[in-house]
Write a protein of this length. Structure first.
Ligand code: NAD
Length: 326
């Protein structure tokens, strides 16, 4: 099998390169993201391998089909980048990595929570300049506070375990509550009203796009901390920037954001003009943004490579496609 690998970075080559040889697969590593403009690079391959910020809308799916691509491999859990209807129409299976290291993703959420609450980013800025003044760095003790977790799947459950370790009380919302978790499920409105920390762990889809909008933010407690390591589109960033500037939040920690397609995984420091909303968020010290790195652990990278190539092998051998997105 020949795989056209898009949006290549050194850490992807390190994890996929040696392993692909063991599977007997040939990988062409393209630096380009998969987009309508770059889809033609897939000519001569059997499969594409794409990541979260590659774009696989209807036109790309159809072009890939015409180029002879037989299967779409996603090296991520989320599948919001692909037009699934059209992939189905074209007979192109979409195979993903439903879970690789949910702990790694939740740990990034916890890292952002601790850093933004205890203002580690501001402390670092000061101490690296030999400024050891701690005025303005007051945080809150999380013990005894209430965390509202939205989405109680694999990553949400890992986050809950971590938050319980901090001594927090957990309330949760899920469109499909899991009775086996022994959690206190509440409505979204109740979660907004009670939570001191809100952490998002549900998928991005039409029903959840901008679920955190102006109205939802207005229902939250003043001084709430919002953590998003799920998908940027869950939050209306304009409304978020307005609320941050109005002093609504104690802090916001994000590993994802709406405009990340234009920025993440690249050094964009040379651009002369920036997205105004992202700029507003980044210039406020109540906001800490990491560039979609929650998956970036040794364990997660190994698991992503193994499961992606297992998916490709199952397809090549006509076996059951256990990780097909239906
Ligand atoms: P999962 O499928 O195990 O859990 C998702 C949960 O969300 C499920 O319990 C589901 O019932 C719930 N849900 C579905 N619709 C909902 C709705 N409308 N409102 C509330 N809850 C709803 O998925 P997971 O592995 O826990 O991953 C969650 C999300 O995290 C993924 O969809 C992905 O977008 C994101 N993610 C981000 C990174 C990163 O690097 N930042 C890495 C992996 C996954």
């Amino acid at each position: 099998m020949k795989i056209a690998f898009f949006d290549t970075k050194s850490y992807w080559k390190d994890s996929f390169g040696p392993l692909a040889a063991k599977y007997g697969f040939e990988i062409t590593f393209f630096n380009e993201r998969l987009t309508p403009a770059t889809a033609k690079l897939a000519a001569g391959h059997d499969a594409t391998c794409s990541f979260v910020n590659d774009e696989v809308p209807a036109e790309v799916v159809r072009e890939l089909k015409n180029l002879g691509i037989k299967v779409l491999l996603l090296r991520c859990a989320g599948f919001d980048s692909v037009d699934l209807e059209v992939a189905k129409e074209c007979g192109l299976p979409v195979l993903r990595v439903p879970a690789y290291s949910p702990e790694s993703v939740a740990e990034q959420g916890a890292a952002l929570l601790m850093a933004i609450n205890r203002k580690c980013h501001l402390a670092y800025e000061r101490t690296t300049k030999f400024n050891f003044d701690i005025a303005g760095l007051t945080g809150i003790a999380l013990v005894g506070k209430t965390a509202g977790v939205i989405g109680t799947g694999k990553i949400g459950q890992c986050m809950i375990n971590i938050l319980k370790g901090y001594g927090m009380n957990i309330i949760a919302y899920d469109a499909f509550p899991n009775p086996n978790l022994g959690l206190e499920y509440v409505t979204l409105d109740e979660l907004y009203a009670r939570a001191d920390v809100i952490s998002l762990h549900c998928p991005l889809m039409p029903a959840t796009r901008h679920m955190i909008d102006k109205d939802a933010i207005a229902k939250m407690k003043d001084g709430v901390i919002l953590i998003n390591v799920a998908r940027g589109g869950l939050v209306d960033s304009e409304a978020l920037a307005d609320a941050v500037e109005a002093g609504k939040f104690r802090g916001v920690g994000m590993d994802v954001c709406e405009k990340e397609h234009e920025y993440f995984f690249e050094d964009r420091s040379n651009l002369t003009q920036h997205d105004p909303t992202l700029k507003r968020l980044l210039s406020n010290d109540k906001v800490l943004i990491s560039g979609h790195q929650a998956f970036l652990t040794v364990e997660a990278l190994d698991a992503i490579a193994t499961i992606t190539l297992d998916n490709a092998k199952a397809f090549a051998e006509g076996k059951e496609l256990v990780n097909e997105v239906k």
